[in-house]
Design a protein around this ligand. Structure first.
Ligand SMILES: *[C@@H]1O[C@H](CO)[C@@H](O)[C@H](O)[C@H]1NC(C)=O
Ligand SMILES: *[C@@H]1O[C@H](CO)[C@@H](O)[C@H](O)[C@H]1NC(C)=O
Length: 455
C-alpha cells in the first residue's frame, strides 16, 4: 500500500523507524554470487560477536546456568511476565545521537530485545565494527540478564526486494537456513530471530513463500533440536497490506508471535499533505473512509478477526514521533494542511529527546492532547509534531490489555528519551545514563493490576 512507501523511500543510514542501517546492494549476497557469500558470513559473524559476548557475560559473569527460562515456565500464571518486546539498533555513537549501548538497558525492562539491524546480504559491516568496539569492554554486558530473550532482528524498511528474492527460490532459502544455523551455533546467546520483511507484496506469491520460509525454519530447528528457539515476525498493521502479505493460519503454526507495527499511521506524504497522529488508538473524528482504519484499535481487531491467535499478537507502540511543516501556523489542528516534514528530527522522524529539545526552542509551544485517541501533539510556529508522552503511552496499553494479547512491543529503545530532554527524571539525580521513560511507562502498565495474559 502506498501508505508505507515513504518510509521505504527514506535514506539508508537514517537512524529511526525500520530504516536504519539497511544497505541494499543488488549485486551481492543471496543473488548467489559464489565468492561473495563467505564475505556475507564474515559480516554476520562480526555482527554476532556482540551476541556472543553477551553469552559469555551471562554464563561467566553472572554465574548462572546457560539454560534459560522456557516459554512454558515464562507463561505460568504465577510468573506472569507478559512479553515486552523492545527493538534496539546498534548505531555509531560518533555519528548518531540515538546510539545506545546495550549495557545501559536495564535488565528488567524488556522481556525480549530484538537486536539489529542485520541485513540479508550485509554488503558492508560498518556498524558491526562499532558494536565490536563497544563490546570489547566487559561493562557492556552488565545489561545482559539471562531471563531476557535476545533475538536477531533481520530485515528492515528497505528489505522488501531482498526478502522477496531470497524466499522465492528453494536454493536461496536453503542458503539462508545454513547461514542461520551457523550463526545460532556460533552465538548460543541468541534465543531466536525476528524477521522484518517490509512487506510481502500481493504479487509473486510472496505470501506463500513467506509461509514456506517459516515452515522450513521450524523444520530446520526441529532437526537441530532447538525446540525453544524463537521465531517472530514484524508485521504491517494496515489491512491493505496485511490482507495480501500474511497467512495468519500458517503464522499460528510456525511463528511464536508477531510484532504488529501499529504506528506510522500518519506522517507527511505528498498525497496526504496534512497533519496526523503517528499511533492513534482509535479513529479521529476527522478520519474519513480508509483513514478511519489507520489506528491501533482497528488494525488489532483486524488481525484477531483474521485468525491470528491472540496470544501470538504483540502490539507495537512507537517511542518516536513524526514532525510536519504547517502551511499556516494558525491552523495547527489534527488534519491541518502541511507542506513537508518538519525541521525537527530527520526526515520527519523525531526521537522523544529531539521532540522535547525542539519544543524547548519554540517561542510559545502549544501542547495539545487528543483524549479520543490517547495522543499528544505540539506545535510551534510552522512546526507540528505528533509524539508520545508517558500519559499516552500508558493509555494505549491499558486498552490493549483488555484484548488479552500476547504482549506489547516498543519501537524503539533508541528513540525513547535517552537524553532526559523531557525532564521526566529529576536532573539532580545527576547521572547521565540513558533513561527510558516511555518504555518504563509501558512496563508499568503491563506489571500493574490485571496481567496481560491471565490464564
Ligand atoms: C474498535 O474497533 C472495532 C472493530 O473495528 C469497532 O467495532 C469499534 O467500534 C472500535 N472502537 C472504537 C472506540 O472506535
Ligand atoms: C502528555 O501531554 C499532555 C499534553 O501536553 C499533557 O496534558 C500531559 O500532562 C502529558 N503527560 C506527561 C506525563 O507529561
Amino acid at each position: 500500500m502506498a501508505h508505507y512507501s515513504r518510509i521505504e523511500d527514506t535514506v539508508p543510514g537514517k537512524p529511526m523507524a525500520m530504516t536504519a542501517n539497511w544497505i541494499s546492494d543488488q549485486r551481492s549476497g543471496y543473488k548467489a554470487s559464489q565468492n561473495r557469500f563467505p564475505r556475507t558470513l564474515i559480516c554476520f559473524s562480526a555482527l554476532l560477536s556482540l551476541v556472543m559476548f553477551i553469552a559469555i557475560a551471562v554464563v561467566v559473569c553472572m554465574q548462572l546456568k546457560q539454560g534459560s527460562v522456557s516459554w512454558e515456565e515464562a507463561e505460568e500464571p504465577s510468573a506472569t511476565p507478559h512479553r515486552l518486546v523492545c527493538y534496539y539498533s546498534t548505531l555509531d555513537a560518533d555519528v548518531d545521537a540515538d546510539a545506545l549501548s546495550l549495557l545501559d538497558v536495564p535488565g528488567d525492562l524488556c522481556t525480549h530485545i530484538n537486536i539489529g539491524i542485520a541485513s540479508l546480504d550485509m554488503p558492508r559491516c560498518g556498524w558491526v565494527h562499532d558494536c565490536g568496539r563497544c563490546c570489547r569492554t566487559r561493562r557492556c554486558f552488565r545489561a545482559a540478564h539471562p531471563q531476557v530473550k535476545l533475538l536477531l532482528w533481520i530485515g528492515g524498511a528497505d528489505s522488501g526486494t531482498q526478502f522477496a528474492r531470497m524466499v522465492a527460490i528453494h536454493a536461496m532459502r536453503k542458503k539462508f537456513l545454513r547461514s542461520l544455523k551457523a550463526l545460532l551455533r556460533l552465538y548460543p546467546a541468541l534465543d531466536g530471530i525476528d524477521l522484518d520483511w517490509e512487506f510481502p507484496s500481493a504479487y509473486d506469491k510472496d505470501r506463500q513463500h513467506l509461509s514456506q520460509l517459516l515452515y522450513e525454519i521450524r523444520q530446520e530447528w526441529r532437526r537441530e533440536r532447538r525446540p525453544n528457539a524463537l521465531l517472530s515476525l514484524a508485521v504491517a498493521a494496515p489491512e491493505g497490506i496485511a490482507f495480501y502479505a500474511y497467512d495468519t493460519r500458517e503464522i499460528n503454526l510456525y511463528a511464536d508471535y508477531v510484532n504488529l507495527m501499529a504506528y506510522d499511521f500518519h506522517f507527511y506524504r505528498k498525497d496526504t499533505p496534512f497533519t496526523g497522529l503517528n499511533a492513534p488508538l482509535y479513529a479521529h473524528a476527522t478520519d474519513m473512509s480508509i483513514m478511519a482504519t489507520f489506528n491501533i484499535n482497528y488494525t488489532v481487531h483486524w488481525w484477531l478477526q483474521n485468525g491470528l491467535e491472540p496470544h501470538r499478537l504483540v502490539v507495537g507502540l512507537p517511542t518516536y514521533g513524526h514532525s510536519f511543516t504547517l502551511v499556516s501556523p494558525l491552523n495547527h489542528r489534527i488534519g491541518a494542511p502541511a507542506s513537508g516534514y518538519g525541521q525537527c528530527g530527520q526526515y520527519g522522524y523525531t526521537t522523544l529527546s529531539q521532540t522535547c529539545e525542539c519544543a524547548a526552542r519554540y517561542l510559545k509551544p502549544i501542547y495539545s492532547y487528543d483524549t479520543e485517541t490517547c495522543s499528544p501533539y505540539l506545535s510551534g510556529l510552522q512546526e507540528w509534531i505528533s509524539y508520545e508522552n508517558q500519559t499516552s503511552i500508558a493509555c494505549k496499553p491499558s486498552f490493549i490489555k483488555s484484548l488479552n494479547p500476547g504482549g506489547v512491543m516498543v519501537f524503539s529503545l533508541n528513540t525513547d528519551d535517552l537524553r532526559n530532554s523531557c525532564r521526566f527524571r529529576a536532573t539532580s539525580e545527576g547521572d547521565h545514563k540513558p533513561i527510558f521513560p516511555l518504555t518504563q511507562a509501558v512496563k508499568g502498565i503491563l506489571d500493574g493490576e490485571g496481567t496481560l495474559r491471565e490464564r
